[in-house]
Design a protein around this ligand. Structure first.
Ligand code: ZN
Length: 169
């Protein structure tokens, strides 16, 4: 296993819808192992494949709750969503930024596990939020797309400032 580089906001792959996995082969399983290691090294709770530069519909999550994993989903889709909740959210591809984002309070996600078996998981709280955030990534969306235009402008200004400071270091 190895830690892969996390793509930062501005990399085109984060804006491209990821392609379905056609066959869960050794490369895909290695990708999943590396994604778990990369997510843990970054102290994240979820990571999508395009965040490590691979445009495939795969995400991993570990929200620290044994009911929900750690687990990986291949070709995930949200089959049901209900309720609404607004909570502060961040992203490993936009380090330093966070905003309140509205998400469904409960989702049911369906997909395949790394062995290719069908899985269906009902999730609430942090797991539900994580699933929606990661599937957004696979559709080329980021949490800054889920806030008001004004808030989005503020976040983009903050990001530009953070990048400038990072470049100076
Ligand atoms: Zn993210």
């Amino acid at each position: 296993m190895s830690v892969r580089e996390i793509q930062q906001f501005g990399e085109p792959i984060l804006r491209q819808p990821a392609a379905p996995v056609e066959e869960i082969n050794a490369d895909v399983r290695r990708l999943i192992d590396d994604m778990f290691e990369t997510m843990r090294a970054a102290q994240g709770v979820g990571l999508a494949a395009n965040q490590v530069g691979i445009g495939l519909r795969v995400f991993v999550m570990d929200v620290g709750d044994p009911d929900y994993g750690p687990r990986a989903f291949v070709n995930p889709v949200i089959a049901e969503r209900s309720g609404g909740i607004v909570v502060e959210e961040g992203c490993l591809s936009l380090p330093g930024l966070s905003a309140e984002v509205e998400r469904a309070a409960r989702v049911v996600v369906e997909g395949l596990d790394p062995s290719g078996d069908k899985v269906r998981l009902e999730a609430t709280e942090l797991a539900a939020r994580c699933i929606q955030h990661e599937i957004d990534h696979l559709d080329g969306l980021l949490f800054i797309d889920r806030v008001s235009p004004l808030k989005r402008r503020m976040l983009l200004n903050e990001w530009a400032k953070l990048r400038k400071e990072a470049a100076r270091r």
